[in-house]
Design a protein around this ligand. Sequence first.
Ligand SMILES: *[C@@H]1O[C@H](CO)[C@@H](O)[C@H](O)[C@H]1NC(C)=O
Ligand SMILES: *[C@@H]1O[C@H](CO)[C@@H](O)[C@H](O)[C@H]1NC(C)=O
Ligand SMILES: *[C@@H]1O[C@H](CO)[C@@H](O)[C@H](O)[C@H]1NC(C)=O
Ligand SMILES: *[C@@H]1O[C@H](CO)[C@@H](O)[C@H](O)[C@H]1NC(C)=O
Length: 353
Amino acid sequence: MVYRQTPARLLAVALVSSTAMMAQAASQYTLVDNFNASNFFNEFTFFSEADPTSGYVVYLDAATANQRSLAGYSEGGIFLGVDYENVTDISVAGRASIRVESKKMYNRGLFVADIAHMPAGVTDDDSCGLWPAYWTKGPKWLDDGEIDIIEGINNMSENAVTLHTQAPCVLDNTGAVDTTFVKRPDCSGGVGCLAQSKSDNNYGARFNAAGGGIYVHEWTDDAITAWFFSHSQPIPDSLSGSPNSSSSTLTLDTTNFGTPLAKFSSSQDCSMKGKFNNHNIVFNTDFCGGWAGVDWHLYPPCLQRAKTCEEWVANNPSYFETAYWLINSVKVYQPVDAPAAKREDKHTLHFTA
Ligand SMILES: *[C@@H]1O[C@H](CO)[C@@H](O)[C@H](O)[C@H]1NC(C)=O
Ligand SMILES: *[C@@H]1O[C@H](CO)[C@@H](O)[C@H](O)[C@H]1NC(C)=O
Ligand SMILES: *[C@@H]1O[C@H](CO)[C@@H](O)[C@H](O)[C@H]1NC(C)=O
Ligand SMILES: *[C@@H]1O[C@H](CO)[C@@H](O)[C@H](O)[C@H]1NC(C)=O
């Protein structure tokens, strides 16, 4: 197999020769998409099928959601709410809510989600029954992987960044802040690998009390890395002043972001390149189902309120008045030096065997 061997040897040289260039390029990104109150609903579709995770939820289509004032532009951002007025019949599918998915699919890149408010009760205990998430996933679960940037259930008060892949894939969290610990290193399957953070402002009621914040995640062939910047604290200049809205290109330098909240690096058995493909961006607010509902009994403040998650969610709409997303914008960046452009350079390399 001469054909196989030649590119492999070429590649080894290419990697060495371009290390410096790649290291510099890796943190330089150009803005390619800016989803905000001018265009969000043109760029995202409403998922209105039965919930794949068996939640006590009815995801509304765009027309119904907008007519009920549960999705639309508000306060300069994107509002995605749930029904907080009506008791639901326990025998129906569930409480009305929203799940939206980006039309575009991405492979790698830098994603900057500026979120003013996330679905939560007024207190952590008032969040019982909720299962909100900001995440990305490929068309074929689980072959194409899933990246959960924000996700939690019931009375949780701290975020966990989680990956889901096909086996084998065992990752650690080297390079992240000390306070984040890996609750489960095995990324395979429905539980996934969880980087559990310790924070008083990155999830739920306390995220909202702090005015929300900016979640940034970088997806390369080498790692998936997430940062969080609360709006109650200084935000790196590159994220606060710029990206300036009228500017169509902008370079961001991730090295200014400081130590990340979570970092999963490719390992011998698990390369980001093979495990994550063609991801859509998703925001949704689920109730109960395969996580919040199944684990209801593990959350004492929730169990105290009702025997089952469904019973609580069906009968207590007013607790969900604050269970809405208010998203300022989601910006997607791609590397300044796209991999396709690099192929040309490799062909011009000379090497001596
Ligand atoms: C409550 O139900 C009524 C009747 O279906 C509907 O018109 C109203 O929009 C619902 N409220 C919310 C907040 O969804
Ligand atoms: C939920 O509330 C209980 C009781 O207050 C507390 O012990 C537990 O840590 C909370 N769970 C989470 C995940 O915050
Ligand atoms: C919103 O995004 C559009 C399209 O990318 C952009 O032209 C506009 O400047 C943005 N507006 C704000 C306020 O950022
Ligand atoms: C925004 O970016 C444009 C184009 O790069 C620039 O001309 C303009 O001065 C910037 N505005 C602000 C407020 O930084």
